[in-house]
Design a protein around this ligand. Structure first.
Ligand code: G6P
Length: 607
């Protein structure tokens, strides 16, 4: 899984390919590489690790050429070494790949039996050899690609160069996204429109199974049956501006601080203060007829979905199933015809979520998508598109996208409740009023940043940390644990506070900090009882609550974090802030790579 870009240009491409890779680093940063054709040769520069290593290599050994392909990698098959870095090449063919070739083993055995030598442990290298073998035997490149694509099982987006054809770039996609960009006497391939934004805004999105032949004479797209097709050229509308960290030390911190504004921006699209109503785009199906909602997502987006389950059931009284995308598709879920399947994703490209979306569609579900990247594949495949307006999120650990997802999901819950006759205008007014208070309350929560920074040293030495919460604070406990794991590499678990006594309590001792998320409200006393069970066993508690909560239960805690007093509806949005800040400051103390933590990627485009 990775990011790819290709240019058939009229001037040197390596600098522009490198720039494109910077915009694709969210898809992986284990290694990177570029290949061009010059002086009748395929010439590569590849480097292990972050893109800066490749940039340094290119400074020392510049790579000329007006045609080229490039890749940033998230390792699946084979360690993140230089040998496993793309582009993979034979003497005749070089290619970059995003996806997984699932049948690479038999293909590799077959090629080895024919005497071909492999230099990497990747699945990708078989594709280079398959095509190369046919080209070396005299087959035309287009024919060699056409024939061999049929032999590949799994998912791929490919960009391919041929040594003897310096005016030819071929692309193909199945399962992984690929776009064609049209410039002035130049043509591009990229994993997304963002990668190509500084080069062109004129984009054609390839369909599943499409492949494309790009030459100086023009561009021809073929469909999965190898028939020539036209795909509409649209204006991507993606900004070519490079996003910087402003005055912040990390993108993550900048994005945490953007939340009052982006949540307000998002809410503006979904609530009308004029008449205090929620206002969603009108779907082309009847919301009032929805009898069951199936929510599917991954990672942080999944935890936003868990909060939404509480809301949908509480407000609209509609039963909700929720699943992580990687499980959903393969457990043969039962879905009633005409049900609503709701997919939540920052990127709109997560392979498991996308596959689950397509599965739900094939089962007759209406598809609603809450997504942050409006040009993404999921956005384009939705029946009901509900964009979050968080703006580009660069830090790998999701922050502002999460709170914006919650804002949209709360509005959707209210909308569904209204459609179901479960929310009268007075109640709707209340919901809108509470939601509208969220941006100011987030600001209030951010005011505790310094206090949280000051107590981060209490958590940093821990080997294990527990997070506890009840109701909508339970998904938040899971999210808190995920944030801490992702960026500080401390093992952390989130638990429903009441479930702790069924196992995790055995872990409690003075070395395991327990973060308790407990706004004062109907579940407060119950959560505090669980907190006391921890304290009775010598556990060290950090209590996150409001002033009343801290007054009532703060004594005996190792530390407390005071939040503004908020309505329970927006508590998960507001309490996300201390949870994010705590993980951030602990990670900074531990000296980890906060924005690009090891082994992770912002967008996981393989199953
Ligand atoms: C990756 C990211 C997480 C994100 C998850 C789902 O694992 O590191 O931060 O929550 O993917 O991504 P999505 O784009 O679908 O929300």
């Amino acid at each position: 899984m990775c990011g790819i870009i290709g240019i058939l240009g009229n001037q040197d491409v390596s600098g522009r390919l490198l720039d494109g890779l910077r915009r694709l680093e969210y898809r992986g940063y284990d290694s990177a590489g570029i290949c061009t054709i010059h002086d009748d040769q395929l010439d590569r520069r590849r480097a292990e690790g972050k893109l800066d290593n490749l940039a340094r290599k290119l400074d020392g050994e510049p790579l000329p050429g007006i045609i080229g392909i490039a890749h940033t990698r998230w390792a699946t098959h084979g360690a993140p070494t230089q040998d496993n870095a793309h582009p993979h090449a034979t003497g005749e063919v070089a290619l970059v790949h995003n996806g997984i070739i699932e049948n690479f083993k038999p293909l590799r055995d077959e090629l080895i039996a024919k005497g071909r030598t492999f230099t990497s442990q990747t699945d990708t290298e078989v594709v280079a050899h398959l095509i190369s073998a046919d080209v070396e035997a005299g087959m035309e490149p287009v024919e060699a690609v056409r024939t061999n694509l049929k032999r590949l099982h799994g998912a791929f987006a490919l960009a391919i160069l041929f040594r003897q054809h310096p005016d030819l770039l071929i692309g193909a996609r199945l399962g992984s996204p690929l776009v064609v960009g049209y410039g002035e006497n130049e043509t591009y391939l990229g994993s997304d429109a963002l990668a190509l934004a500084p080069l062109t805004q004129k984009i054609a999105y390839l369909d599943e199974g499409d492949w494309v032949v790009i030459t100086r004479a023009g561009t021809q797209i073929y469909d999965k049956d190898d028939q020539p097709v036209e795909r509409p050229i649209v204006n991507s509308g993606v900004s070519s501006l490079t996003i910087d960290k402003g005055n912040h030390r990390h993108f993550m911190l900048k994005e945490i601080y953007e939340q009052p504004i982006v949540v307000a921006q998002t809410l503006k699209s979904y609530v009308r203060r004029l008449d205090d109503q929620v206002s969603l785009p009108t779907p082309d199906f009847d919301l009032s007829a929805i009898r069951r909602v199936t929510i599917v997502a991954c990672g942080t987006s999944y935890y936003a979905g868990m909060v939404a389950k509480y809301w949908f059931e509480q407000f609209a009284r509609v039963p909700v199933d929720i699943d992580v995308a990687s499980e959903f598709r393969y457990r043969q879920p039962v879905m009633e015809d005409g049900g609503l399947a709701l997919f939540i994703s920052q990127s709109g490209e997560t392979a498991d979520t996308l596959a689950a979306l397509r599965h739900a569609r094939s089962e007759g579900q209406k598809i609603a998508v809450v997504v942050n990247v409006p040009t993404s594949t999921m956005a384009r495949e939705a029946d009901l598109l509900l964009p979050t307006h968080a703006g580009p999120e660069i830090g790998v650990a999701s922050t502002k996208a999460f709170t914006c997802q919650l804002a949209v999901l709360a509005a959707l819950a209210a909308n569904l409740a209204r459609a179901k006759g479960r929310l009268d205008p007075r109640e709707e007014k209340e919901v809108v009023r509470h939601l509208s208070e969220a941006p100011a309350a987030i600001n209030g929560a951010l005011a505790y940043d310094e206090a949280i920074e000051a107590m981060a040293h209490l958590i940093a030495p821990a080997r294990d940390v527990l997070y506890l919460g009840r109701g909508t604070d339970y998904p938040l406990a899971l999210e808190g644990a995920l944030k801490l794991k992702e960026i500080s590499y401390i093992h952390a678990e989130g638990y429903a506070a009441g479930e702790m006594k069924h196992g995790p309590i055995a872990l409690i001792d003075e070395n395991v900090p327990v973060i308790v998320i407990a706004p004062s409200g109907p579940l407060f006393d119950k959560t505090v009882s669980n907190m006391q069970e921890v304290q009775a066993r010598g556990g060290k508690v950090v209590l996150i609550s409001d002033y009343d909560g801290i007054q009532a239960a703060g004594d005996g805690c190792m530390a407390t974090i005071t939040m503004p007093k908020v309505h329970p509806l927006i508590a998960p949005i507001v309490y996300a802030i201390p949870v994010q800040l705590l993980a951030y400051h602990v990670a900074v103390l531990k000296g980890t790579d906060v924005d690009q933590p090891r082994n992770l990627a912002k967008s996981v485009t393989v199953e």
